[in-house]
Design a protein around this ligand. Structure first.
Ligand SMILES: [Zn+2]
Length: 111
């Protein structure tokens, strides 16, 4: 039998759910875990933060747990000026002029 879970929808208020209605999304980075459910009142997809206490409660209750991590690209340090709209337009124009995509990318990157 599924355990009953009380959750709060920002549109409907308190809603009753079962463990099958909730998925805990555990992130490898602290503070980014959340749980998600489709509200039984308004059918909206709801996401709520799940701190350590909430995660433990949901796990104990038997909800499905999915693990995720932030892509390494998001933590990369970037130097130099940000790509501008003009840079992007120049690149698109180059794409239409050449069949050699790698050479076009090198020219835009060094200009
Ligand atoms: Zn709702």
């Amino acid at each position: 039998m599924n355990a009953q879970i009380k959750a709060t929808c920002p549109y409907c208020g308190d809603v009753d759910l079962t463990t099958d209605d909730v998925v805990l999304h555990e992130c490898s980075t602290a503070g980014l875990s959340y749980y998600a459910f489709v509200c039984s009142g308004c059918a909206r997809s709801i996401r709520k933060p799940a701190d350590t206490h909430v995660s433990t409660l949901l796990r104990t209750g038997g909800v499905k747990v999915e693990f995720w991590s932030i892509p390494q690209e998001a933590a990369e340090q970037h130097t130099g000026p940000a790509l501008s709209v003009d840079d992007l337009l120049d690149f698109v124009i180059e794409l239409h002029r050449t069949e050699d995509l790698a050479a076009a990318a090198r020219r835009v990157a060094t200009s």
